[in-house]
Design a protein around this ligand. Structure first.
Ligand SMILES: [Fe+2]
Length: 579
C-alpha cells in the first residue's frame, strides 16, 4: 500500500510517502528549489519520495492533500460576503480551490504520466486534521490528547480531541477570525520583523525583556476555557484578510495588526533598521508570556476533558519551544510528542497518515524516532562534488574522521557537518549542521556575524547525549527534535556559555545512538576529549534553505568563514584551501 501526502499551494510545500504503513521519505520543496518556505506544487519532493521508494507514479494507491476546500464552506462564504476585501479574497480562494481540486491532473503532469494512468485515489484532508494526524499517528502513544494551533488553515486556527488506536475523535475548534498564530505573527510584524517565519526571532528576543506589558496583552488575547478570543481592534485580518500571497514561491502575509495595537502598546517599530530598545524586548517578552498562559491553560483544560496522560501537538505554534518546555512542569500531562515538522511542512505527512489509519483502517506500526527522511548522497557523489569544486580534501577511516573532528571542535574550529539523509522540518539535527565547541562564549557572536549573518540576539542550540541530559538541564524528558527549551543548571551555565541563552535556558536536542550513530559518536568523542557531552548545533545554511546537496554544502563552506567541512568521511579544511 503506497500513500503519498502533499502540502501544496501553501507555506512550506512538501511531500511524504508511506509504504506498507511505514514512512519512507519526507521532504520540503524549498530544499530543492532553494526558495524559502516555497509555496508551489511540490513536484520535486514527490519525485524524490517515489525514487527513494523505487516506485513509479502508477504504483501509488492513494494521495492525500492537506487541505479540504470544501471544509467550513459556510464560514468561507460568510467571510467572503462580510469582508471588506471579500470579493478579492473570494476570487483568490476560488482560483485556489480550482487548483487544489485539479491536484490529480497537476500531479500527473508533474510526473509526466497521463492522468488516466494515475490510479491513485485523491483525498482532501482538512488542514488541522492533517496537523494532528502528523503528530499522533507517528507518536509512540496508543492513546493521547491531541492539539493543533496555528495561524489559519481551512478557516480554523486550533483543533483538539483524542486519538485512540487508529481513530481520531475531534472535540472542538477555534475558527476565524480568532487565532493564536495570527496573534504572534501580528506582534512580530508590529516589532519590525515582516517576513514569513520571523516569529523565531521574536521568541529569541523575548528572553532579553521583562513581561512589563502583560496586562495589555491580556486585553489583546482572552483565554476562554479550551479556546481564546482576540480583541479584534488590535488586528485587521478580520476586515482585510490574512491570506498568504506569493510571487515567485516565497509566501508573504499582509500586515495583520490594527490601530488598537498601537493604542495599547505605543508606536510600532517602523522597520528592521530601527534599533531595538528595551521597550521592544519587553513587548516580545509579554507576547511570549501571554502565549504561554493561554496555551498552558488550554492544555490543562484538555487534560481535564480527556483524562489522558499523553499529549501530541502540531501546528506552527507547536514550534514554540519555550511553551513546549513548560508543558510537563505546568500541566498534568506526563508525556509529550511533537514531530520535527510541526509546521505546515508536516501536513503532507499528516494527510497521508490520516488516510492510512483513520480512513483505511491500516493498523499503526510506525513510530517517528528521528528526522532523517530527506535526500542523501553517497561517497561517490560527495567526492565528485569536491573534485569539481577544486577542493583539497582527505578521505579518512570513519574512526579517524570522528577523532579528528572532535579534536578540531575542541581546538575551536567551526565545522560544517554533512552526513546521511537530510532532516524533515525546519531544524538541522546533526546531518546538515554547523557544529562548534559550546564552551567558548565568543562562538555565539562569531557564528551570528561571521557565518550566519543574522541578528546578534538570536540564540544557538546545544545537542547533548541523551543519557547525560540531567547533568546539564533541569529536566530529563528527551527532546530529540530540538523542540523543548529547558533551564541550563546554574552550575553548568559557565561551562557551556555559547548555547546557553541570555535567560539561562537552552533549546536542546538530545541524541541517542539508535537515532543517529555518527552524530552520537562525534558528541561522545568530544566528551572523551573535553569531559563535556555537548556541542553547539546550528543549521548548515546562511540565510537560505538548509543545504541539501553536497554542492550546496561546499558553496556555503566557501562563502562563509567555516574552518572545516566534513562530508561523509571526506574532510576539507580552510587552511588546506589557502595553502
Ligand atoms: Fe498550519
Amino acid at each position: 500500500m503506497n500513500i503519498l501526502g502533499i502540502n501544496a499551494y501553501h507555506g512550506d510545500a512538501s511531500a511524504a510517502l508511506f509504504v506498507d504503513g511505514a514512512l519512507v521519505a519526507a521532504v520540503e520543496e524549498e530544499r530543492f528549489t532553494r526558495i524559502k518556505h516555497d509555496t508551489s506544487f511540490p513536484h520535486r519532493s514527490i519525485r524524490y519520495c517515489l525514487d527513494q521508494a523505487g516506485l513509479q507514479a502508477g504504483d501509488l494507491d492513494h494521495f492525500a492533500l492537506s487541505r479540504n476546500p470544501r471544509a467550513n464552506l459556510g464560514r468561507r462564504l460568510k467571510h467572503a460576503v462580510l469582508d471588506r476585501s471579500g470579493r478579492r479574497v473570494a476570487t483568490r480562494r476560488a482560483a485556489n480551490l480550482k487548483k487544489i481540486l485539479a491536484a490529480k491532473r497537476t500531479l500527473a503532469e508533474g510526473l509526466g504520466v497521463d492522468e488516466r494512468h494515475l490510479r491513485a485515489k485523491a483525498h482532501f484532508v482538512e488542514h488541522h486534521l492533517a496537523h494532528i494526524a502528523s503528530s499522533y499517528y507517528v507518536s509512540p502513544f496508543e492513546r493521547a490528547a491531541v492539539l493543533s494551533i496555528d495561524g489559519f488553515g481551512d478557516m480554523i486556527s486550533a483543533m483538539w480531541g483524542v486519538g485512540e488506536g487508529g481513530r481520531l475523535r475531534m472535540l472542538g475548534e477555534v475558527a476565524f477570525p480568532h487565532s493564536l498564530g495570527v496573534y504572534y505573527t501580528a506582534v512580530t510584524q508590529y516589532l519590525g520583523f515582516p517576513k514569513y517565519g520571523d516569529e523565531y526571532k521574536v521568541m529569541g528576543l523575548a528572553s532579553y525583556g521583562e513581561p512589563a506589558y502583560l496586562d495589555q496583552f491580556r486585553q489583546i488575547v482572552h483565554s476562554s476555557g479550551l479556546g481564546y478570543d482576540l480583541n479584534l481592534e488590535a488586528f485587521r485580518h478580520h476586515v482585510e484578510g490574512a491570506a498568504m500571497t506569493w510571487d515567485g514561491g516565497s509566501p508573504e502575509l499582509p500586515p495583520l495588526w490594527g490601530p488598537g495595537m498601537e493604542e495599547l502598546l505605543g508606536p510600532a517599530r517602523a522597520g528592521s533598521d530601527v534599533p531595538l530598545e528595551a521597550r521592544h524586548q519587553n513587548i516580545a517578552a509579554s507576547l511570549q508570556r501571554r502565549l504561554e498562559e493561554v496555551v498552558l491553560q488550554m492544555l490543562r483544560e484538555l487534560h481535564a476533558t480527556t483524562g489522558v496522560g499523553a499529549v501530541c501537538m502540531a501546528g506552527g505554534v507547536a514550534l514554540n519551544c519555550v511553551v513546549n518546555g513548560k508543558i510537563l512542569d505546568e500541566t498534568p500531562f506526563r508525556d509529550l510528542y511533537i514531530q520535527p515538522a510541526a509546521y505546515d511542512g508536516g501536513t503532507s505527512l499528516g494527510a497521508a497518515a490520516y488516510v492510512q489509519h483513520h480512513q483505511l483502517g491500516t493498523p499503526r506500526s510506525f513510530v517517528m524516532e528521528h528526522a532523517y527522511w530527506g535526500p542523501d548522497f553517497d561517497a561517490h557523489q560527495i567526492q565528485a562534488a569536491l573534485d569539481s569544486a577544486g577542493i583539497r580534501y582527505q578521505q579518512l577511516p570513519t574512526e579517524k574522521m570522528l577523532q579528528q573532528t572532535a579534536d578540531a571542535l575542541a581546538d575551536g574550529e567551526i565545522v560544517g557537518w554533512y552526513q546521511g539523509r537530510a532532516e524533515f522540518g525546519p531544524r538541522a539535527l546533526g546531518n546538515r549542521s554547523i557544529l562548534t565547541d559550546p564552551r567558548r562564549a565568543e562562538m555565539k557572536d562569531i557564528l551570528n556575524t561571521r557565518i550566519k549573518h543574522r541578528e546578534v540576539f538570536r540564540p544557538f542550540a546545544p545537542v547533548i547525549l541523551e543519557e547525560r541530559t540531567g547533568d546539564y538541564f533541569d529536566k530529563t524528558y528527551p527532546s530529540p527534535f530540538m523542540l523543548l527549551t529547558y533551564n541550563v543548571l546554574p552550575t553548568k551555565r559557565d561551562e557551556i556559555p555559547a548555547p546557553t541563552h541570555v535567560d539561562g535556558t537552552g533549546r536542546l536536542q538530545t541524541v541517542r545512538r539508535d537515532q543517529n550513530a555518527l552524530y552520537y559518536d562525534l558528541v561522545s568523542a568530544f566528551a572523551d576529549r573535553t569531559q563535556v557531552p555537548v556541542l553547539l548545533n546550528t543549521s548548515f545554511n546562511e540565510n537560505e534553505p538548509i543545504c541539501c546537496t553536497p554542492e550546496e554544502a561546499i558553496d556555503t563552506f566557501l562563502k562563509t568563514r567555516m574552518d572545516r567541512l566534513v562530508m561523509g568521511d571526506f574532510v576539507a579544511t580552510r587552511l588546506e584551501q589557502s595553502g
